[in-house]
Every structure is written in C-alpha cells, then in structure tokens.
Design a binder for this molecule. Structure first.
Ligand code: ZN
Length: 449
C-alpha cells in the first residue's frame, strides 16, 4: 500500500476543545489507528481517535478531493460572525438543514442540538423560513432540504413550511423527527405527505427498548413502529436514523438492517450516525473507547449481517473528503437478500477544474432524489410507477453513514469542503459540524444561537 504522505505529514488545523481557539493539528498513525493530535498553548495537548484501521483510511480517500485543486472559493457564503473559519469554505450545499425550533417533546440524554421541552428561544417566523428556503433555491444545485430542530413537528405551521419549500421548487424535502407526533396522530403522516414532504428522517436507534432508554430516556420502540405504520398507510417514505454509540447499540447494526428490510418499501434507507460529542452527551464520555468510527460501522455491518452487507459493497461517498460518510444502494432480491447495486455516484466527479457548481454536492443531491424518493407517487403524477422504477423502486434500500466532527476530532481542512450546511435565519450557510459543535463547557464557536 502506497501511503500518500501528504495526508499524514501535512498539517491541518483544529480547535482547542476547551477555549475553541484555532490550533495547528496533524493526523498521526499509531497502533493501526489514525488520530488527530493538537496542542493549545493554554490548555495543553489533545489526541482524538479518527479512524480504526490505518490502511483503509487511505483507500477510502481515493477519488476525493482533499488536498487537490480547490473549487471556486466562496460558494458557501459566510457566517455573520467573524470566527475566522468561514471565508475559507469551498464546498457547495448538498443538504441544507433548517433549524426551525429548539423545542422538543423529549429530553434525550444524547442530543446534538441540546433541545428540550423547556426551550423557548425565538423561532424563525414563517417569513424568515420563506427567505431561508429561497436562499436554498437560489443555489446552482438546489440542495436537499431537511426541516429540523428540536422537534420540528411541534411547529403547527410545518405543513405551510413544506408548501413554501415546494413553491420554491426545492426538489427534495425531508422532515427530521423523533416520530412521537406521527405515532400519536394517524392523520399526520398523510398531512405531511400532501403538504410536500418527500421523506421522513426518523430517529431510530435500535430494535430493543434498552437502547431507547439509554439514548432517549424512555421506551420508544413501539412508538416508532406506530409512526412507521402511519407512514406506510400514507405512502410516505422513511429513512431510519440511528445514533450509534459504543456499548449501547453498536451490536444492533445488523438487526437494524433486518428491521429495515422488513419495512421495505416504506423504509427507503438507514443512515447510521456515529455519536459525536457535541450538544448533550454522557458526561466525560468523549473518550476514544466510546467512539465508533466510520470503518467500525462498515465492519460491523458485514459481520452482523453474515456478509450480506459486505464491506466491499459499502462505498465512500466520493466528495471533498470521503472520511465523513458512506452510501450504498441495495436491491432486495426475490430470496429476500440484499444485493449491492454498487456505488451511488451517478454524476461525474469533478476533475479539479473550477466548475459552475460543486460536483460533490450535486452527487449527494442526486442520491437523495434518486433513491430516497424511489417509488414516490408524486414523481409520476399520482399514477403507479412503471418500467424500471416499478420493477426496482419498491425494493431498494440505501445504507449510509455520516460521522460528524466534534471539538476533539474537528479537522478544519475537512470542514472547508463540507456540503452539509445549516441555514441560519440570516441566510448564512454554516457547516453542520461547526454550527452544533460545542466546547467542553458547552460554548459554540460562533455566536450562532
Ligand atoms: Zn485552549
């Protein structure tokens, strides 16, 4: 294996997890692990685990741009706050997250937004939201939009917001939810579908109640199943989104895949999100033993599905820096087994030339449109899908993963090309990891909230 020395020897920069000042950092290999090492002049040295299995770290990066020719600068806009990080961003937006409330009807022990029932901060008004959606629609590549929070279903005007998104011509709109309202109101899923929701992004951590008690503070499995039933009745697609924490649910990844298979075609995919240590998380938990890295999930999927989801079938999302995510598409065959359809990339990758749009963002948008909406009646004027779509549309399952960076692991070189952005009420597009990142004392890098 030829190791691109630049990836390890070239320095990068990070933040001090205590004071959030910008510090130089470097990626180092030890005991077959890749670490980020950094030192704050005031708070000392920090080391955080990035990746278990150094060899796969380099193979994973093939085809991504990190270290290559930069795209046109300034595509992402900039933050209102001059934290010094924003002017350098290069990636365009693939997913635009609209944080529309801090309120929540749960108070989960784990929450990157640190939301809770008592939160009463001002929420963007419908007029604010319309401007935020318009800003998304003005992008060269119209991003997928996630309506998020907090628990966004607590906003009574959510159907109006979905309507505004559709009026703006945004191609793919997801509702991020814990599912409580979908479970409690049998009419709600249909209401969201009619208003323009393309898919529900349902927090779904495991297949036994102990997992929900640990991560969410109460039993929720039956609530989630009820929410799924209501989505199925309404013809509304669902992506299951587990937060993966070592020792809590990292042994249930195969069970989650089997559960998802049983719910095809309502369930369109599973998006595994490895817990990052920002917002609210177990005190003192930010140690490397608790970290599940991206290759850990890939290996666990292979082992826990008996090879049905082979590690070789799980492909890096080709992008600015592939180490953030993976995505793969599978077809459920007549025997009930998942067959890999290969890489999800269906838009040519960038050649390093400046382009009118970010090809990596375009790929990610195309992925969501093509696979998470597959079989949607809305795509064919309410008629049943025909042709190839009919043959495979109801039998597809995507398996994807996303590892957000926290104050220990954040690599500002990686953030430069990030395409997952939070849209602020001022219509700035901020990388999600920077928006939600918190210091050890809970402070955020920009005065964003
Ligand atoms: Zn410091």
């Amino acid at each position: 294996v030829t190791r691109p020395v630049a990836l390890t020897d070239a320095g990068t920069s990070s933040l001090c997890p205590v004071c959030l000042r910008r510090v130089s950092a470097r990626r180092t290999i030890e005991d077959d692990n890749v670490y980020l090492d950094k030192e704050c002049p005031e708070h000392g040295a920090f080391r955080a685990l990035l990746w278990r299995g150094a060899e796969s770290y380099f193979g994973w990066a093939e085809g991504s741009r990190h270290g290559g020719a930069p795209n046109e600068p300034g595509l992402s806009g900039r933050c209102a706050e001059a934290c010094g990080l924003c002017g350098e961003r290069e990636g365009d937006t693939c997913i635009a997250v609209l944080h529309l409330t801090d309120r929540c009807n749960l108070r989960c022990p784990v929450c990157f937004a640190d939301s809770c029932p008592a939160a009463s901060d001002g929420e963007p008004s419908l007029a604010d939201v319309e401007r935020m959606l318009s800003a998304c629609a003005e992008k060269a590549v119209r991003p997928s939009v996630q309506l998020s929070g907090g628990e966004v279903t607590l906003r009574d005007d959510l159907p109006s917001i979905l309507g505004l998104a559709k009026d703006c011509g945004l191609p793919h709109v997801q509702v991020n939810t814990n599912g409580l309202k979908l479970a409690g109101d049998p009419e709600y899923a249909g209401c969201l579908a009619r208003a323009g929701a393309d898919v529900v992004y349902l927090q779904f951590d495991g297949v036994t109640e102990d997992v929900f008690r640990t991560l969410r503070g109460r039993d929720l499995l039956q609530v989630k199943v009820k929410a799924l039933k209501h989505c199925r009745e309404a013809g509304l697609g669902v992506i299951l989104v587990p937060t993966v924490l070592a020792g809590v649910n990292d042994h249930q990844l195969g069970d989650l895949v089997r559960f998802a298979k049983d719910w095809i075609p309502t369930v369109r995919g599973v998006q595994f999100q490895m817990l990052s240590f920002f917002g609210r998380y177990p005190a003192g938990g930010e140690c490397d033993e608790r970290r599940v890295t991206l290759p850990d999930v890939v290996r666990a999927l292979e082992t826990q599905t008996g090879g049905e989801v082979a590690a070789t079938a799980v492909t890096p999302r080709r992008k600015y820096d592939a180490h953030c995510s993976f995505s793969s598409v599978f077809l459920l065959d007549a025997g009930g087994n998942l067959c890999a359809l290969g890489s999800a990339d269906d838009v040519p990758a960038g050649s390093g030339q400046p382009m009118p749009f970010d090809p990596f963002a375009a790929e990610a948008v195309a992925f969501a449109r093509k696979y998470w909406r597959a079989g949607s009646c809305r795509d064919c004027g309410g008629r049943a899908p025909t042709g190839l779509a009919a043959q495979i549309g109801g039998r597809l399952l995507t398996l994807s993963g996303m590892h957000f960076q926290d104050a220990w692991t954040i690599d500002l070189e990686r953030v430069r090309g990030c395409c997952v952005h939070v849209v602020t009420p001022a219509c700035d597009f901020v990388p999600l990891c920077l928006y939600y990142l918190t210091s050890v004392s809970g402070r955020r890098p920009c005065a964003l909230s």
